[in-house]
Design a protein around this ligand. Structure first.
Ligand SMILES: Nc1nc2c(ncn2[C@@H]2O[C@H](COP(=O)(O)OP(=O)(O)OP(=O)(O)O)[C@@H](O)[C@H]2O)c(=O)[nH]1
Length: 529
């Protein structure tokens, strides 16, 4: 029989179901969370990029309109004062009115065709009489067209950008230009304009000039800084708009939307740290997890319940087969099998165990049986005596032995002797009742146990058997005789073995008294029925 090592098989079906169910449920949960995380991440990144692109476009439009309006104002003023440049009073009045009327810029200067500043407001600038020298400042003299200069540091020492408009006299000759100054540091018109469009969620904006330098940034210290290495600024320099996930010059991952300002060639960037979007996503995922947990627990309970339901019949069958393996007595109980495979297993086990039981019974019977006569052997006799003793069943004992059987064997041979033994067994059967227990206790010695038969009746039965034997023809051996000894348990002796011995002694007595006769032991106890 195959031995199963329990130590090696520490997993049983119940544990297996528990592990599998937990694995399945948690893998599904993780899978769902992971997929949901990926989808949410894509959606949030895409939405943020789109929102920032729209925001940057809106600010670029606002800035463009603002610059166009400044240029229009400059144009109007330039037409007024182009013919009166030699009249400082008119010039100063016009410049002063422009500055106070519009609030669209921080300073205004008038430059003649030689590059000399001939008028300036506020007068505190102290730049009248100065001549523009550097490349950037002198651009309008060469371009002779509406133009936005900068960023650059003005002769008064201010970092600024400057919308400019050329002036022509009545003959159309270029006579100079008028320039508005928009300061970039400290509180300035550009900052106020852009800050008005407040945006939430840690999104911030910055504006770059046509040369890739910062002209607006919420961190004042960074204004003027070169950010051309930024991927988005590179795109803006080529005047494109759009959105991108980038790493900025500070090494921070950003979701940026960008748009260019056509009038000035500036670029507006609205961006938000990727980390902020991700932390929102983490909050969303925590919420998803919270709402998923009760369902997951419910699912786990359902799967475990169903798993246990499936495992139960198999588990009980396994326990039953363990008992069969142990050789324990099995009263094969009913196992409720609610599905096809378990029902078949139960059926197969049930019939195997039944067959096994019948086989064991057969072997057991054979072990208790004498093969020549099919009477009980000594083992069978002992079993019967045990039961009778346990149940306190009184019985008579007849011990019998073939007379001079050696002679039969010696004369006719052993096989004829066997025939005689078998024939005598048959006679014993025909002279006994069904409940009597007949044994072949040795070679040609026999015992008959007659439950609830008193010694007198046993005497008569023994006598009948003796006479019947003496009259019977035993084939080749002819006629034989038997001697019989009788005792009773517990009437002759309460000791079972002693009662047996008394039957034996009576048999020897019969032999001694001439054979072919019946002798019985003396009753010792008359009170037992
Ligand atoms: N044929 C056959 N003979 C057996 C068997 N068992 C025992 N015997 C023989 O039975 C004979 C018994 O002989 P003994 O014990 O001397 O007794 P007996 O010749 O019957 O003489 P008494 O019992 O004194 O009348 C022996 O010859 C055994 O060989 C058996 O199974 N078959």
């Amino acid at each position: 029989m195959v031995q199963i090592n329990k130590a090696k098989h520490w997993l049983d079906l119940k544990k297996l179901i528990l592990i599998l169910a937990t694995l399945c449920v948690f893998t599904s949960l993780l899978n769902a969370l992971f997929s949901s995380y990926q989808v949410q991440k894509q959606v949030m990144v895409k939405d943020t990029l789109e929102a920032n692109r729209a925001y940057a476009t809106k600010l670029a439009d606002v800035t463009d309109l603002f610059l166009q309006s400044v240029l229009m104002q400059l144009k109007a003023s330039s037409e007024t004062i182009a013919t009166q440049l030699d009249n400082p009073e008119v010039v100063n009045k016009e410049l002063s009115q422009m500055l106070t009327r519009t609030h669209s810029f921080d300073s205004i200067v008038l430059v003649n065709a030689k590059g000399e500043i001939i008028g300036a407001q506020p007068s505190s600038l102290g730049v009248i009489g100065a001549t523009l020298k550097n490349e950037v400042e002198t651009l309008p003299l060469r371009e002779k067209a509406p133009f936005i200069v900068g960023p650059f540091v003005s002769p008064a020492g201010n970092l600024m950008v400057s919308p400019t408009h050329p002036m022509f006299d009545q003959e159309g000759i270029f006579v100079g230009f008028i320039a508005a100054g928009i300061y970039l540091k400290g509180d300035n018109i550009l900052g106020r304009l852009l800050a008005n469009h407040h945006h939430q969620d840690k999104t911030y904006i910055y504006v770059t000039g046509p040369n890739g330098k910062l002209i607006y940034h919420h961190d004042d210290h960074r204004i003027g800084q070169d950010v051309t290495k930024n991927e988005v600024v590179e795109s803006l320099l080529s005047k494109t708009s759009g959105s991108a996930q980038i790493v900025n010059t500070q090494g921070v991952a950003m979701l940026a939307g960008y748009a260019s300002v056509p009038t000035s060639g500036w670029g507006v960037v609205a961006q938000r740290p990727l980390e902020v979007t991700m932390s929102q996503l983490a909050n969303t995922m925590r919420h998803v997890l919270k709402t998923t947990i009760p369902f997951t627990v419910f699912l786990l309970i359902c799967v475990l319940g169903l798993g246990t339901l499936i495992a139960k019949p198999l588990w009980r069958l396994a326990k039953l087969s363990e008992q069969v393996e142990d050789g324990r007595n099995i009263d094969f109980p009913h196992v409720s099998t609610w599905y096809y495979e378990a029902a078949w297993l139960y059926q197969a086990m049930h019939s195997s165990v039944k067959n096994l039981g019948a086989q064991i019974q057969r072997f057991d019977d054979e072990r208790k049986q004498d093969q020549l006569t099919h009477l009980f052997n000594r083992r069978g006799m002992e079993k019967w005596l045990e039961t009778a003793y346990e149940q306190q069943t009184p019985f008579s004992i007849i011990a019998l032995d073939i007379d001079h059987f050696k002679h039969v064997n010696d004369t006719y041979g052993h096989d004829v002797g066997d025939v005689v033994i078998r024939k005598l067994a048959e006679l014993m059967r025909t002279n006994a009742r069904e409940q009597d227990h007949l044994c072949r206790s040795g070679g040609e010695e026999f015992l008959m146990f007659l439950p609830h038969v008193d010694i007198d009746k046993a005497d008569r039965i023994a006598e009948r058997l003796r006479a019947c034997t003496a009259e019977t023809e035993f084939g080749e051996a002819g006629h034989i005789t038997i001697s019989l000894g009788i005792s009773h348990w517990p009437l002759c002796s309460e000791d079972l073995h002693h009662a047996l011995k008394l039957a034996d002694r009576s048999l020897y007595q019969a032999k001694a008294n001439g054979r072919n006769r019946v002798e019985h032991a003396v009753l010792a106890n008359h009170n037992v029925a």
